[in-house]
Design a protein around this ligand. Structure first.
Ligand code: GRF
Length: 224
């Protein structure tokens, strides 16, 4: 039974999707805790209502990143995590913190990395004239929004989209892809090979969503 600790900053819809998948798919894992850096993070209420331990480590109470990260690591490690899941956790983490969880911390970023690290990814994709946009699940490395890619989801960019419409389309894929990627970790199927991630046995590490007709499809082909 693996312990998962999920970090959030706000809404927590990815966290919800992970909690539900863990229960419905009977993963060999438990959500040991949901930890937020903001006391008003909306997702905390969902976690508590599902009997999950919650904690707040408020970054505003710490004078610098290093002391915040030390307190956060202490809170996390109290739950003996096998995996730390960043799910809309909006803090830049120090190198020491990231190294401490090397190979056991995942993030989801709302772009097809390595395009558009950082904030405002949906507007950036629109501004660049992208016809395809998406999200990436990756192992966390000290470089922001960078690291070995576990899975990617892609959606079409439609004429007339604004950033909110595009974000909603991408978010729908996140709720499928992130739980799936975490389940692979729980099942011990992910291996790191330098910058690359291998999944054994292989299956597609991507998904495409065409929400025009609400179909979600894996394209047949070379698979993983
Ligand atoms: C998601 O779009 C995620 O990719 C990004 O922040 C957003 C979090 O949304 N890192 P939620 O809090 O999971 O609803």
């Amino acid at each position: 039974m693996k312990n998962l600790v999920i970090l959030i900053s706000g809404r927590g819809s990815n966290m919800e999707a992970i909690v539900r998948a863990c229960a419905h798919e009977a993963w060999s894992a438990r959500i040991a805790a949901v930890i937020a850096n903001r006391p008003d993070a909306a997702g905390l209420a969902f976690a508590a209502s599902h009997g999950i331990a919650t904690a707040v480590v408020d970054h505003r109470q710490y004078p610098d990143r290093a002391s915040f990260d030390a307190a956060l690591a202490q809170a996390i490690d109290g739950y003996a995590p096998d995996l730390v899941v960043l799910a809309g956790f909006m803090r830049v983490l120090t190198e020491g913190f990231v190294q401490h969880y090397s190979g056991r911390m995942l993030n989801i970023h709302p772009s097809l990395l390595p395009s558009f690290p950082g904030l405002k990814t949906h507007q950036s994709a629109l501004d660049a004239g992208c016809r395809v946009h998406g999200a990436t699940v990756h192992f966390v490395t000290p470089t922001l929004d960078h690291g070995p890619i576990v899975a990617q989801s892609a959606v079409p960019v439609r004429t007339g989209d604004d950033a909110a419409a595009l974000a909603a389309r991408v978010l729908k894929t996140e709720h499928t892809m992130y739980p799936r990627a975490i389940r692979w970790f729980v099942e011990g199927r992910l291996a790191l090979d330098g910058e690359r991630v291998t999944l054994t046995p292989p299956e597609p590490q991507w998904l495409f969503l065409d929400d025009a007709n609400e179909t979600q499809a894996h394209t047949a082909g070379e698979g993983a």
